[in-house]
Structures are given as C-alpha cells and as structure tokens.
Design a protein around this ligand. Structure first.
Ligand SMILES: NC(=O)c1ccc[n+]([C@@H]2O[C@H](COP(=O)([O-])OP(=O)(O)OC[C@H]3O[C@@H](n4cnc5c(N)ncnc54)[C@H](OP(=O)(O)O)[C@@H]3O)[C@@H](O)[C@H]2O)c1
Length: 259
C-alpha cells in the first residue's frame, strides 16, 4: 500500500485569518492536500477573493465573516463551520494583529486591542473547537489538531512590542497545557513561530530600505518569508504524519533565530 501520510481527504480544517498572508498560505496547503476548509476573516472582499483561490483545489470551501475579538462571534462561527462542513479535525488560530507604542505612552486600550485578538480569541477558538473534538472523542472518534500562529516575538525582545510579544508567548503556554489536557482524546496542540513574513502586517517594513538591509539581510535564507511557506507545516500538523507530535512549537524563519 502507498504511504500517504499527508493526504487530508475526508478531513475538515478551520483557519482563522485565512483570507490572506500566512493563514491563506496554510489554507491553500490544506485544500491542495484534500481537506475541506473554512476560513474566517472580517473583510468580505478578502474572504471572497481567497474563497475563489481555494475553490480551484476542488474540495468544499467556506468563508465566514467573523470578528474574533467578539467571544459570541467565535462561538457562533465555530458552530456555523461545523454545521456547514460536518466536523472539524484541525483548527488553526491564526488571526492576529500588530500594534505597539513606547511603554511609557502605551494605553490600556492599545494593549487590549492586541491582546484581545491575539490571546483571548485564541482561547475562545481553541475552546470551541475542543468542545466538538472532545465530544466526538467521547463518542468513539478520537483525534484532532489545534494549531496557533505564534511568532518569534515570543522569544526575541523588540522595542514597543510588549503587548504583541506577551500574546505570542502566552499562546505557547496555552498550547502546552492544552496538549497535556487533551492528549487522552487523541487531540494535539502545537504552535508555529514565523519570522519575518511578507504580508499585509509587515507592509510598511517591506518598503523600508534600512530594515531590508539590517534585518532581512541577516536572514540566512536571504529573503522575506511568504504565506505559501506555511502550507507544509499546516498540512503536517493536520495530517496523521504528526499523530504523536504535540505540545511543540516550530520556528519557521529562514534561519533568522539561530544565526
Ligand atoms: N507577517 C509576519 O512577519 C508575522 C510574523 C510572526 C507571526 N505572524 C502572525 O501571523 C498571523 C497572520 O498574520 P499575517 O502576517 O498573515 O498578516 P495579515 O496578512 O495581516 O493577516 C492577518 C489575518 O488575521 C485576520 N484578522 C485580524 N484581526 C481579525 C479579527 N479581529 N477577526 C478576524 N480576523 C482577523 C485578517 O483578516 P481581516 O483583515 O479580514 O480581518 C487576516 O486574515 C498573525 O497571528 C501574526 O501575528 C506574522
């Protein structure tokens, strides 16, 4: 029999922030590997464009207009994704925002804007997906994969970035606890830590010469990462190839962190 550990036929994935950048790269990988995919995002236009791309892979795809900073919206969207696609095998909490200010000037409002989307919403997303996965496991169908997009900011220090870094480090702790708690149901939890990736989030930095020279110039791979660089890791963690791999964090940064 052929060895096809990355075949996702029959599996269903939800990707928050799946309408662009890293999330769309992940969603495209999942769809190309045979999964049915639901993407969540706030922007209807971006959702529609991403949906057209995903449809070319031939599986069932859905786009939901969701603001993950609203707990009720996350609860409703998970239930809607489930009813449209029938089950959820993989849930990727990828939606995220940047934003910071000098520590001495940073307001609680600015802090909460980042922590609500990048941390609270990951909790709500994991919780709602896990409810379904645990119930399914208790009914005899064990398994599931939770994945979060963290950042190398969880490890590196950067000025004016405390709120963002706190959220990205916080989700690593979330992943470890979740991995231990849900392992008995065959449910895994892991994190991906991207380095510098050319997406909407980094648009300003991409056209900044000094940044390209000093930061991107020291990336051993000598380039910005792209959304599509995250297709493989999404497929791996959604697939049976990673069935004993849990509680881990994987850095994908072209070698930036180890240089
Ligand atoms: N780019 C990098 O260098 C880098 C490095 C490390 C980690 N990351 C992380 O990677 C993840 C994806 O970011 P990206 O780089 O791909 O940037 P991006 O292109 O700006 O993507 C962000 C995604 O999150 C969605 N989103 C943001 N706020 C949301 C909300 N309140 N509700 C629902 N969706 C929301 C956006 O969709 P809408 O616009 O439609 O809301 C979009 O799909 C983030 O968690 C980010 O922190 C990025």
């Amino acid at each position: 029999m052929a060895f096809k550990p990355f075949d996702l036929t029959g599996k269903v994935a939800v990707v928050t922030g799946g309408n662009g950048g890293i999330g769309l790269g992940m969603a495209e990988g999942l769809a190309a590997a045979g999964a049915d995919v639901a993407i969540w995002g706030r922007n209807a236009g971006k959702n529609a464009t991403a949906l057209e791309k995903l449809k070319t892979h031939g599986g069932r795809v859905e786009a939901l207009e969701v603001d993950v900073s609203n707990e009720e919206a996350v609860v409703d969207a998970m239930s809607e994704s489930l009813s449209r696609l029938g089950r959820i095998d993989t849930c990727i909490a990828n939606a995220g925002v940047g934003g910071g200010a000098p520590l001495t000037e940073q307001t609680t409002e600015q802090w909460r804007k980042v922590t609500t989307v990048n941390l609270d919403a990951v909790f709500w997303t994991f919780r709602e997906a896990a409810k379904h996965m645990v119930a399914r496991a208790e009914a005899g169908d064990k398994g599931g994969s939770l994945l979060v997009t963290s950042s190398v900011s969880a490890i590196h220090g950067a000025p004016q970035n405390q709120a963002y870094a706190v959220t990205k480090a916080g989700v690593l702790a979330m992943v470890r606890g979740t991995a231990v708690e849900l392992a008995r149901h065959g449910i895994r939890a892991n994190a991906v830590l991207p380095g510098w990736i050319a997406t909407e989030m980094t648009e300003r930095l991409q056209s900044w010469d000094a940044f390209n020279e000093k930061a991107i110039g020291r990336v051993p791979m000598r380039r910005w990462g792209e959304g599509e660089d995250f297709a493989g890791i999404a497929v791996y963690f959604a697939s049976d190839a990673s069935k004993f791999h849990t509680g881990d964090s994987v850095v994908i940064d072209g070698g930036y962190s180890i240089f």
